[in-house]
Design a protein around this ligand. Structure first.
Ligand code: ATP
Ligand SMILES: Cc1cn([C@H]2C[C@H](O)[C@@H](COP(=O)(O)O)O2)c(=O)[nH]c1=O
Length: 208
């Protein structure tokens, strides 16, 4: 079996982490070897950078420093975790990847998309997922799920205002429209089991 690299994307609280775990279970039950990972993080160095990025004051980093830190974390994660797992034939399921930087630091953060993509070229040789599953949930529903989970304790980036998160959601929708071969947009409403079924369907052409 050829390895595959699959990312899950979307704004806060749409169900990415929940679905990543469920999808891994379904694929393992089919006999596939699955590596589950996340961004920022997924390698020792990238997890250390995650703490720098998500902890501390809202103004700890400016937009450019933030984008560079995400790109540095991604470079380590790609080299040490993602590429070796794909080369070993695993299905790699990754909670967020480059498109989160394009949406959060780029579209919502004010940096040019071309600059975010260039940082990724330098850091990670421009590696892209074979498939990006974009979970879509109405903003009010996503905010309610996040609020129930976080109980007011969102991290530095999750805690940004509604306009920022609306820009993130709009950017993801635009990326999916621009790259229909890589993206599948999946309705994240309904039960977790219903969403998992939709995600499995959106991977049908990639799986044995
Ligand atoms: N289908 C669902 N129906 C209702 N609640 C759900 C569903 N899926 C996930 N949740 C709940 O919504 C909350 C957010 O889900 P989850 O943490 O998986 O989202 P996420 O996209 O990974 O969020 P973030 O990017 O903010 O970390 C959790 O409390 C989770 O249990
Ligand atoms: C990869 C990536 C992430 N972010 C933001 C998005 C979230 O607010 C946090 C990660 O938290 P999660 O609970 O693990 O989803 O970081 C970002 O701004 N840019 C990125 O490239």
């Amino acid at each position: 079996m050829t390895g595959r690299f699959i990312s899950l994307e979307g704004g806060e609280g749409v169900g990415k982490s929940t679905q990543l775990a469920r999808l891994a279970e379904v694929l393992r039950a089919r006999g596939l070897t699955v590596t589950v990972t996340r961004e920022p993080g997924g390698s020792e160095g990238a997890e250390a950078i995650r703490r720098l990025l998500l902890e501390g004051d809202a103004g700890r980093w400016n937009a450019r420093a933030e984008a560079l830190l995400f790109a540095a974390a991604r470079a380590d994660h790609v080299a040490r975790t993602i590429l070796p797992a794909v080369a070993a034939g695993d299905i790699v399921l990754c909670d967020r990847f480059l498109d989160s930087s394009r949406a959060y630091q780029g579209a919502a953060g004010g940096l040019a998309d071309a600059d975010i993509v260039e940082l990724h070229r330098v850091g990670s040789d421009g590696v892209l997922p074979d498939r990006t599953l974009l979970l879509h949930l109405p903003a009010e529903e996503a905010a309610a799920r996040s609020a129930a989970r976080d109980m007011g304790g969102a991290d530095r980036i999750g805690g940004r205002d509604a306009a920022y998160h609306a820009a993130v959601a709009a950017a993801f929708a635009g990326f999916a429209a621009a790259e229909p071969d890589r993206f599948r947009t999946v309705d994240a409403r309904g039960s977790a089991a219903e969403v998992t079924d939709r995600l499995v369907g959106a991977l049908a052409d990639l799986l044995p």
